[in-house]
Design a binder for this molecule. Structure first.
Ligand SMILES: Cc1cc2nc3c(=O)[nH]c(=O)nc-3n(C[C@H](O)[C@H](O)[C@H](O)COP(=O)(O)O)c2cc1C
Length: 470
């Protein structure tokens, strides 16, 4: 088996410029432009560093609802497709994954934008399917309130299926573009979808052809029962949290067995948790960098304000901090990040904690798994991977000095050990992730029908094999 065909760690770079959730002071680092989240030059620079280091993809998270207490990157950031279109022409190999909600978009527009990005980038587009965790988004889309969970996830599945149907509107050889014969389109290779579903009615066809990877790669993020089921049904990459190796392994096992139960190849469902990495000259020095970074990232007041996000941005500042945790606030999460909110409430109840204690526990410095010398970090990244807890990592890109150390000191160790690529295997995101090309469904059906016809017309060739030789 060649080095490139062995299972290797997949890497994504999560770019949150001035600072994402919990990272309120990243932007104070003099090496980060204070307006990095809206500075395309900053994104291009990061994407090129990641591409030089052979990362599989850059990952753009997104939302459409903010409050003054949202983290800096969320307050002022570029829209994902506009951003990734610029990255598509400034890079050549790295995958480009945009988060896009199925709750506040129509499948036709979504399919068209992704098909366009996929063509512009030569087959490097990926879609992180979310249902919008922020309930307040409803107010920006002419709705009184956010959808309930069943509707959110019902829409999500149908939405993705419609988009995939639209992406097959044209077969790969639909455009002869033959000047001699004056044939631009072969109309037999153009297909209308005629979808009539519970949430969407879409006639089609889409007015964009397919890219070299057939269809964009589908990622998914959402952790409830419905969320995991959606991931197991349509996800080819799963964006998740993995606080410990054991939790990661339990999640990966669950997700992959759900996928197998649906008749899918579990190797084609890649588990990529979001992680942070802290590298130092010694393990202790790295722990110190981790602690100092976490301490600098915000304070109690900031954490208390942001604490309301999973609960639909409910304002917890109105409560007595030293009274028992207000478990009744769980109701505000029902159309927001309900799974996360339930975990917080269970944690508070199990420890009999006050609101202050819960916020402190979640925001004070804590030891995360990927911290130490380059060797320690490489060991841990490899250990989780080899244990089957992950297929790779979506690495939160924070301070530039740390990104440099990751790329310059940690990744070479993994490369030396043969668990990280030295070169891109292909030019598309699918090829690099080891995911199969998605054959056009109509082409596949035509090929299957031709095979069946061949088999039916040649029975005599098979007959002798059925005659016992003696
Ligand atoms: C790791 C992770 C990342 C997510 N990223 C986003 C995001 O970028 N934008 C968004 O609107 N929702 C995001 N979500 C929210 C989900 O789409 C979903 O709405 C939310 O998690 C509630 O569903 P759940 O209870 O199934 O997790 C994310 C969820 C998870 C678990």
């Amino acid at each position: 088996m060649t080095e490139n065909s062995a299972r290797q760690i997949k890497l994504g770079a999560v770019l949150t410029g001035a600072g994402g959730p919990g990272h309120f002071n990243t932007w104070l680092d003099p090496e980060i432009p204070a307006d990095s989240s809206i500075d395309i030059r900053w994104y291009i620079e990061q994407a090129r560093i990641a591409e030089e280091a052979k990362f599989d993809l850059v990952f753009i998270v997104d939302s459409q609802f903010i409050t003054p207490d949202s983290p800096p990157h969320y307050l002022n950031r570029l829209e994902p497709f506009t951003l990734l279109s610029a990255l598509a022409v400034s890079t050549s190999n790295i995958g480009l994954v945009a988060t896009l909600t199925t709750s506040y978009n129509d499948p036709f527009n979504v399919a068209r934008r992704f098909a366009s990005l996929d063509l512009i980038s030569g087959g490097r587009a990926g879609w992180n399917v979310v249902t919008s965790g922020d309930a307040g988004t409803a107010g920006n889309f002419s709705q009184e309130e956010h959808f309930d969970y069943d509707t959110r996830y019902g829409r999500a599945l149908e939405h993705v299926r419609v988009a995939q149907g639209l992406w097959d509107s044209y077969e790969d050889d639909a455009f002869p573009r033959d000047r001699e014969t004056r044939v631009f389109l072969d109309p037999a290779k153009l297909h209308r979808l005629d979808h009539r579903g519970e949430y969407f009615q879409v006639t089609g066809p889409l007015n964009v052809s397919r890219s070299p990877q057939g269809q964009p790669v589908i990622f998914q993020a959402g952790d409830s029962e419905q969320g995991r089921d959606l991931g197991a049904t349509i996800g080819e990459g799963i964006f998740t949290h993995a606080p410990t190796l054991e939790a990661g392994l339990a999640f990966a096992t669950d997700l992959k067995s759900r996928a197998a139960a649906k008749g899918r190849n579990p190797d084609h469902v890649l588990i990529l948790p979001g992680i942070s990495v802290f590298v130092g000259d010694t393990d202790d020095a790295a722990r110190e960098i981790e602690r100092a970074t976490q301490l600098a990232d915000g304070g109690f007041e900031q954490a208390l304000a942001e604490f309301g996000r999973p609960f639909g941005w409910h304002d917890f500042r109105a409560y007595d901090l030293d009274a028992p945790f207000p478990v009744e606030a769980l109701q505000y999460s029902e159309r927001s990040f309900h799974t996360q909110a339930k975990q917080i409430v269970a944690f508070a109840e199990a420890g009999g904690l006050t609101l202050r204690q819960v916020v402190e526990a979640l925001s004070s410095p804590r030891r995360t798994p990927f911290v130490g010398t380059p060797e320690t970090v490489a060991n841990e990244l490899q250990r989780w991977f080899e244990a089957g807890a992950v297929d790779g990592y979506n690495i939160q890109i924070g301070h530039p000095a740390q990104f440099r150390r990751l790329v310059g000191e940690v990744l070479p160790i993994l490369r030396e050990r043969g668990v990280l690529r030295r070169e891109y295997e292909g030019t598309t995101l699918r090829e690099n992730l080891g995911l199969p090309f998605v054959q056009n469904r109509y082409t596949a059906a035509r090929a299957a029908a031709a095979d069946a016809a061949d088999a039916a017309s040649a029975p005599s060739e098979q007959a002798p094999q059925l005659v016992p030789s003696a």
